[in-house]
Write a protein of this length. Structure first.
Length: 272
């Protein structure tokens, strides 16, 4: 039986918790993270908190979809133990909550385009960890840079939390699930699926022996052929988010692009 709570009390903290933080507008991607959480057999706690501090743009914050009632229904259908709906004043009471600056990876890609974003993310995640005291937490691989920085924060602060990573969940056309997809028209959703097609194309060209630069160029052209406004399309070494070198073992191709002015991100692994 799911309990909806606004604060954390001793009763909730009495067992080990698997924590799934969200900003709401729950979709199948979130539900797949819940499924992963439930596999731990721990108590599952899903937070829904639209964290103003991670938005570097007021308009983006105001437009972010909010669907609390539907979110509760969906999470109840998954039988999560707790849905945590904190007020802003509970998460950020006065001055006492430390702001967490990201390491240098926080200033490239998403961090370069959205100054202050990762500081906002790490600050809220650290604060929620402090409130919920989870033994495990589930994060999606779609936000690859966020995931990297959260794992980095856990190492830096020696937090005793095991991070479980959830695969990217896509619609039948390949569009990565995101709460922001709710802001897209049907046509835009179809068009946005070209982002993943371009990622796959870049990987195909690399596998055919083209250089990273040539392959990225082909990806950029493909994106530009559609009404998609590209921010970046870049390959990084997954271990450190640097440009790959001959020692790199795992690579990721990452992108951010706007469709109908909605910022979408996606990524794909490159096997080498
Ligand atoms: O990935 C998200 O939805 C958010 O960045 C998170 C981790 C819930 C922090 O607000």
């Amino acid at each position: 039986m799911t309990k909806v709570i606004n604060t954390i009390n001793e009763d909730i903290l009495s067992g080990n918790i698997c924590f799934i933080p969200t900003m709401g507008a729950i979709h199948e991607g979130h539900l797949s993270l819940v499924d992963i959480g439930k596999e731990t057999n721990l108590k599952t706690l899903v937070s829904i908190f639209l964290n103003r501090r991670q938005f570097n743009n007021d308009e983006d914050f105001k437009n972010y979809p909010i669907e609390i009632e539907q979110d509760i229904e969906l999470l109840e259908s998954k039988d999560v133990d707790f849905i945590f709906l904190p007020q802003e004043s509970y998460v950020y009471p006065g001055e006492g909550v430390p702001s967490i600056a990201p390491s240098k990876v926080g200033s490239i890609l998403e961090g370069a385009s959205r100054p202050g974003h990762f500081e906002g993310v790490l600050t809220v995640v650290n604060r929620l960890f402090d409130l919920v005291k989870p033994s495990h937490a589930v994060f999606g691989k779609k936000d690859a840079q966020q995931l990297f920085l959260i794992k980095d924060m856990i190492n830096r602060f020696d937090l005793n939390i095991e991070i479980i990573e959830g695969d990217i969940f896509r619609d039948k056309n390949g569009l990565a699930m995101s709460s922001r997809n709710n802001l897209l028209s049907q046509n835009a959703k179809l068009n946005a699926a070209n982002i993943f097609k371009s990622l796959k194309n870049v990987v195909k060209e690399i596998n055919l022996g083209k250089s990273f630069e040539e392959s990225i160029e082909i990806g950029i052209n493909l994106i530009n052929q559609n009404e998609i406004d590209l921010d970046y399309l870049e390959i990084v070494d997954e271990e450190n988010f640097n440009y790959p070198n001959k020692y790199s073992k795992k690579l990721k191709l990452l992108t951010a692009a706007y469709v109908e002015n909605v910022r979408l991100i996606d990524n794909i692994d490159i096997e080498i």
